[in-house]
Design a protein around this ligand. Structure first.
Ligand code: F6R
Length: 364
């Protein structure tokens, strides 16, 4: 049932190109995304003055990427919040609110409670979920299925990349409805998304390098990630994957925040993964790398092809293929999933069933 792989997590990471294709199928067009069957339309959007994205864990990170692209392309301001926070703080939500929830299982208790609260107050609820007929799918007003296929491993992988893909499509869809997304951006994003299955394939091809890195470093106590812009959310998700399955202490920081405190934790030999896929902040990342290097960090940089010369500034470099900066969130996380996986395996952890974690958190 694991398809010849040692773990469901590996099987599901390998399935990501196909999952991504399924998520994009029939939705990716040159003039913006389209979602068959969605009730939300331009007329309804005229009444929406607030968008909230609510989710937990990995799905929350997809929600952060969503916020980033909704703002960038559709020029819509969005609040992304953890469902467990949202439901207990008397959120500002009314009949002019669009609540987008993201949930792989469609059964997460806090996310479901957020839906009920928002619906009571008249909000329109759009669920992005992987499980057809799940509680969240049934209670929402509108559903977008991520189409990733069943996910068994506790650590979410293929569901995450499809959630991110759906967020980018939704940004494009809403930007089209409100007329704020430029035609050329819509076409570029769709073109970029269509490249992601192949780019994920390329990421999976680098496993030997990632495994070798893990085998050299599996005895570490801490691992830091840093990034700017969308790379921050990829860092947060990479850090969560690592904590979940390897039990290595890890933090992910906005690179510019490090010097406001956390840099104090960097010691001689501390590994810092610097995710540097965004050209507009590349130079800024370089300065942050210098700052942590000055404190003795061992820096692993992830850069797009063309930036190999960063090697003179860091200890290790993983070069990912050159791609549109706006789609890097999808392929880049695959490198970090593999890193978490191989570190966990090297430490002898039960990757598919991490201690104290359940696949779906249906009780509080
Ligand atoms: C991480 C993970 C959890 C879930 C979270 C939400 O790998 O699996 O953080 O992402 O419990 O679950 P869903 O998406 O089912 O609502």
């Amino acid at each position: 049932e694991k398809g010849g792989y040692d773990h469901f997590m590996m099987k599901e990471m390998v399935e990501q190109p196909k999952a991504m294709m399924e998520a994009l199928m029939g939705r990716c067009c040159d003039n913006g995304a389209s979602f068959t069957g969605l009730k939300l339309d331009a007329e309804m959007m005229k009444h929406i003055n607030r968008i909230q994205i609510v989710a937990c864990g990995t799905a929350y990170h997809a929600g952060m990427v969503g916020k980033y692209y909704f703002e960038k392309f559709a020029r819509i301001s969005v609040e992304t919040e953890a469902a467990s926070e949202y439901r207990y703080k008397n959120p500002i939500v009314d009949e002019n609110t669009l609540l987008i929830v993201i949930s792989q299982s469609g059964e997460t208790a806090d996310t479901l409670a957020a839906i009920r609260l928002a619906k009571e107050r008249g909000a329109w609820v759009l669920a992005v979920t992987n499980v057809v007929g799940s509680s969240i799918a049934r209670e929402a007003d509108d559903v977008i299925y991520t189409n990733a296929g069943p996910e068994i491993a506790v650590a979410s992988t293929k569901a995450y990349v499809t959630q991110v893909g759906c967020m980018m499509l939704l940004a494009s869809f809403l930007g089209n409805l409100n007329g704020k997304m430029k035609k050329e951006d819509a076409a570029r994003i769709c073109h970029g998304l269509m490249m992601t299955p192949g780019l994920i394939e390329k990421a999976l091809d680098t496993q030997d390098v990632i495994k070798a890195f893990a085998d050299r470093n599996y005895e570490i106590d801490d691992l830091f990630y840093m990034g700017r812009g969308v790379d921050l959310y990829t860092s947060m998700e990479g850090s969560l994957k690592l904590k979940e399955i390897s039990y290595i202490h890890s933090e992910a920081y906005a690179a510019g925040e490090l010097k406001h405190g956390p840099i104090a934790l960097i010691e001689d030999g501390t590994i810092v993964v610097a995710v540097c896929t965004q050209e507009n902040v590349f130079e800024k990342m370089l300065s942050n790398i210098k700052e942590v290097k000055a404190r003795g960090a061992h820096v692993l940089a992830i850069v797009q092809a063309g930036h190999e010369d960063i090697a003179s500034e860091v200890d290790e470099v993983w070069v990912i293929p050159e791609m549109d900066d706006d789609i890097t969130a999808i392929p880049t996380i695959v490198y970090l999933q593999l890193l978490a996986y191989y570190l966990a395996v090297a430490r002898g952890c039960d990757v598919d069933k991490p201690k104290n974690l359940a696949k779906s958190v249906t009780v509080e």
